[in-house]
Design a protein around this ligand. Sequence first.
Ligand code: HAM
Length: 420
Amino acid sequence: MTNKGLSTDPYKGVRDFYPEEMAIQSYIFDVWAQTAESFGFERYDASILEPSELYKSKGLENEEMVNEQTYTFIDRGDREVTLRPEMTPTVARMIAGRRRELSFPVRWYSIPNLFRYERPQKGRLREHYQLNCDIFGADDYSVDVEIISLAYHMLLNFGADASMFEIRINNRKEMTELYNAAGVTDSNMQTKITRLNDKFRKITKDEYKNALMEIVQDKEITQKIYAIVSGEHKEEQNEVLRGLQLLGIKNVVVDRSLARGFDYYTGTIFELFDVSGENNRAMLGGGRYDNLTSLFGGEPVSGIGFGMGDVTMRDFLQTHDLLTSNITAPLLSILPTDSAYNMEAQKIAQEFRVAGVSVSVDCSTKKVGKKISDAAEAFVSYVLVLGENEIRDKKYSVKNLEEKVEVSGTLAELTEKIAT
Ligand code: HAM
């Protein structure tokens, strides 16, 4: 009997990041961070562990998430602890903790890993990373426009264009008014309808209407609400939509079926979708929540923000062919023709690096032809083959692998050429 050993697979629904996956991951995080900072956002972070009560308190409760989706355990000191399933309660806690010292509005971002016990499927895993961008202490609708514009620029900065995605917005306050006008004034009933709307696009028209009828117990009201949610009853535009249009952002629609799963949203809510048809899950979701920090006592500080997942981001980039070149390949690879020249290669690499060029040295014992094809496969732009002649004459040739052109010269000449 052979000993098969332990499995090399990661735990169900989580990922290992081998260098080629990590390269994509780092690229995504870099674009996220740079874009958030270009809007004046400051980075924060926190532990993945939170006391479970944070997710059970009034206002934060999300039954599905707390009862079915959290990783919760008892620590050795008998405390109930949860691996954070989202960042919003944590950031609300942190803002509330510094409420007196902070000068509002503040713009904060973070890239936490989050844990949800979900059935792994396309776009959904048990651990994902989520960019969180939130603005606290500003109620003006221009801030709603700003945060959605930030979401839009996230996509553009990955090379996407506006025809590849759509932003859907809605507003919880406006929905309350629409429910009232349709004859549903009871707030519990309104919450039930909102939760049902969250499934609107996943169930059939009849299933939706039947479930709605069960909640409101009235045929006419069912018709009215269906007309609103399905968009049959065309809406006037709202101010956030107009604000976005003023900024030239046109791929936005008001979608009254948009509900969002969390009870804490109080105003604008929004999601962003890939329109290719390949990826059905929202890539990003968020909204305004005016009362969350009041859980921690004192006057509430209003917040608005979004979460954007790395799994859906990566699917989007792959679908739209926006990951074609290897993002972390060095610009230049030095290929010694014999291991005797490896140390000389290191010296040359050093000179290029000082000039700001990223360089690797292929110190393997492979034939030089194979070294060149390896470099090309790894998306390296230039190669410098280092042999006896180059070392003797102190003259080198650098070949551009894509354009197949070669330039020769001294090290000083070449570093200058490549670095620019
Ligand atoms: P959410 O809609 O639950 O919102 O998640 C936001 C995004 O995170 C989703 O659109 C998706 O890209 C990604 N995501 C969520 N769950 C998973 C999963 N299991 N696997 C992979 N990706 C996932 C929130 O979490 C809110 N706290 C966002 C927010 C921030 N609202 C205001 N500020």
